[in-house]
Design a protein around this ligand. Structure first.
Ligand code: ADE
Length: 227
């Protein structure tokens, strides 16, 4: 998979891909991340990427020209499955969406800044608009990092068996059951006996029951949702 991230502040996006699982995925050749600085696609001396809104109003708007130049150059080189715009008014990111996007080959992620991008960018280039939650960030970069992390960890070979994505919370619309490791007793606090019984079918049943109970208590909405 290849992900091209288009941004005015590429610095924000360097560290998430330089550490941990994401770095390992890149090193293994399972994913390529390319950061593109929109200022490199400007033609004026000031490298201007934003301007005042037509009709007045506070806040700057990202101009269409540098975005067009960058996206058109990328699109001329390969076919993209989706051109995603990170924005608080997009569709909220859910596990199902991450699953779906993890199967794609080439993605572009455009990060908004200031008030956002000129509407014509959204009308003519963007195929999908994604929000990471109902709050406003100062730019789309942290959202893009969250989105990429949720996608990349699902690519086969990125996670070892020991951290299988299949038992994550939200796969099957259930929260994950409680987990424990050694010691079996700490300061008198014991691990549930079933987990040390060696009875695998019973353990599986217990985990399922716990996942359901937790979901019912903490996120009953997940039991009604279909996504
Ligand atoms: N940009 C600003 N806020 C955002 C959000 N909640 N999700 C994605 N991109 C954003």
């Amino acid at each position: 998979m290849r992900i091209d991230i288009v941004t005015v502040v590429p610095e924000i996006l360097r560290s998430p891909f330089e550490a941990s699982i994401l770095r390992r995925a890149i090193d293994k050749g399972l994913v390529e991340i390319h950061l593109h600085n929109l200022r490199d696609y400007t033609t004026d001396n000031y490298k201007q990427v934003d301007d005042y809104q037509f009709g007045g109003g506070s806040g700057m708007v990202m101009m269409i020209e540098p975005i067009d130049k960058c996206l058109s150059e990328l699109k001329a080189q390969r076919d993209y499955d989706e051109i995603i715009y990170m924005t608080p008014d997009g569709e909220t990111l859910k596990q199902g969406m991450a699953n779906e996007l993890s199967l794609k080959k080439n993605l572009i992620v455009l990060c908004g800044h200031y008030k956002g991008v000129d509407q014509r960018v959204r009308d003519h280039f963007i195929t999908r608009e994604i929000s990471i939650g109902d709050y406003v960030l100062s730019g789309g970069e942290l959202g893009a990092a969250v989105l990429c992390d949720s996608i990349i960890r699902l690519i086969p070979g990125v996670l070892g068996n020991e951290t299988s994505a299949l038992t994550d919370s939200f796969q099957d619309n259930l929260l994950a059951p409680p987990i424990y490791t050694r010691p079996a007793e700490y300061k008198g606090w014991k691990v549930p006996e079933i987990l040390t019984s060696g009875n695998t079918p019973k353990i599986e049943q217990w985990r399922e029951d716990q996942a359901y109970k937790r979901t019912k208590l903490l996120r009953p909405d997940l039991l009604e949702d279909e996504n």
